[in-house]
Design a protein around this ligand. Structure first.
Ligand SMILES: *[C@@H]1O[C@H](CO)[C@@H](O)[C@H](O)[C@H]1NC(C)=O
Ligand SMILES: *[C@@H]1O[C@H](CO)[C@@H](O)[C@H](O)[C@H]1NC(C)=O
Ligand SMILES: *[C@@H]1O[C@H](CO)[C@@H](O)[C@H](O)[C@H]1NC(C)=O
Ligand SMILES: *[C@@H]1O[C@H](CO)[C@@H](O)[C@H](O)[C@H]1NC(C)=O
Ligand SMILES: *[C@@H]1O[C@H](CO)[C@@H](O)[C@H](O)[C@H]1NC(C)=O
Ligand SMILES: *[C@@H]1O[C@H](CO)[C@@H](O)[C@H](O)[C@H]1NC(C)=O
Ligand SMILES: *[C@@H]1O[C@H](CO)[C@@H](O)[C@H](O)[C@H]1NC(C)=O
Ligand SMILES: *[C@@H]1O[C@H](CO)[C@@H](O)[C@H](O)[C@H]1NC(C)=O
Length: 276
């Protein structure tokens, strides 16, 4: 039931019974004029009037309210356990006339989790990769902006329209091409909830930084050169080992061959007729 419903009857009665126009003009104020409250949170509201001698007055709401303090021209309340957007009504009677002022209340949920993913995390220069950021549990989505950063440079921003019910998780994605110096700065993602138009603040949460590993094709050719040189050196080494081995075998054979010659010579000497 709208709180206006509660008041329209007495107001109509007032208009009928009294003679409006004869009363002095007075105003009703709320402080703040708009209110942003975290879900299930609480906030103070000051309901006041310019009427010098106000009669009955106060705050009309379905929410849990506690009167903290009051004086003749104002009442300070704590409203608590706010679970959804609503409107509070501050009202005062002055010389038989009643006035009220609406105070819009918005509930919000701060970004609980902001995470950034690079896909893949290891890219060759000139090849494409995807930056993907997910933000969990934010409300209202219309006031959320997701920024994708590379170092201090904002690469991309994404906003969201009103959807009911608000999804638990929203994403911002950007396809990019890998540059040689992309690994010099980290990638990060920032969720910004701007509640200034609703009487709140501006809140931020940021993801862990992510490093993109850049693979340069140049490194490939260097690798090829290094591997070739290593292979050539290895080949020379193995060849020289084989050569030494063959040479030493040859030398050994020659030596045993010498012994054979000597033995034959000795044998020949043995058969030689001894001089008398
Ligand atoms: C409430 O508002 C009135 C009018 O602006 C002001 O005079 C009064 O001091 C306020 N009370 C508190 C507790 O802020
Ligand atoms: C807060 O509100 C919820 C529903 O909106 C209710 O179930 C709960 O009992 C309330 N808690 C207090 C402390 O008022
Ligand atoms: C104040 O407003 C109430 C309705 O809420 C009305 O019944 C009452 O007559 C008003 N009082 C004065 C003094 O005007
Ligand atoms: C920001 O996000 C981190 C996780 O991504 C979370 O632990 C932290 O509580 C969040 N901060 C706020 C103020 O919600
Ligand atoms: C926040 O949302 C409200 C309601 O949709 C809209 O009027 C306002 O412009 C938004 N503010 C920002 C800063 O996004
Ligand atoms: C968001 O990006 C657009 C271009 O895509 C740019 O014009 C705009 O200024 C950016 N908004 C913010 C708040 O940086
Ligand atoms: C990024 O590229 C993939 C394919 O590689 C495509 O499916 C996706 O829609 C692109 N996203 C954006 C935001 O351009
Ligand atoms: C990137 O982030 C890592 C931690 O993830 C950090 O150690 C490193 O210093 C950062 N590099 C730059 C350039 O900020």
């Amino acid at each position: 039931m709208s709180p206006f419903g509660c008041w329209s009857l007495p107001m109509t009665l007032l208009t009928l019974l009294c003679c409006p126009g004869s009363e002095k003009a007075f105003e009703v104020y709320t402080q703040p004029e708009k209110l942003a409250v975290e879900t299930m949170g609480s906030q103070k509201v000051n309901c006041s009037t310019s009427c010098p001698q106000p009669k009955m007055g106060g705050l009309e709401t379905m929410l849990t309210k506690t009167l903290l303090d009051q004086q003749l021209q104002w009442k300070l309340y704590l409203i608590s356990n706010v679970s959804e957007d609503t409107v509070l009504y501050c009202h005062f009677n002055c010389s038989g006339e009643q006035k009220m002022k609406g105070l819009p209340v918005s509930v919000y949920k701060l970004p609980k989790k902001v995470s950034l993913k690079l896909q893949p995390t290891w890219v060759t220069v000139g090849k494409s990769f995807t930056i993907e950021c997910s933000v969990l549990g934010v409300e209202p989505l219309e006031n959320l902006t997701i920024f994708l950063f590379h170092g201090k440079e904002a690469l991309h921003n994404q906003t969201f329209g009103r959807t009911t019910p608000a999804p638990q998780e929203v994403m911002a994605t950007l396809n990019s091409t890998a540059h040689r110096d992309d690994s010099l700065h980290n990638f990060s993602c920032q969720a910004q909830l701007d509640l200034r138009s609703r009487g709140g603040d501006i809140f931020y949460n940021i993801s862990e930084p992510q490093v993109l590993e850049i693979h340069e094709p140049m490194q490939d050719s260097w690798m090829v050169i290094i591997i070739t040189v290593v292979l050539i050196l290895l080949f020379l080494f193995v060849t020289s080992i084989l050569f030494c081995f063959a040479f030493s075998q040859h030398w050994y054979k020659n030596r045993t061959g010498n012994y054979g010659v000597r033995a034959a010579w000795r044998r020949l000497q043995a058969f030689r007729p001894q001089p008398a």
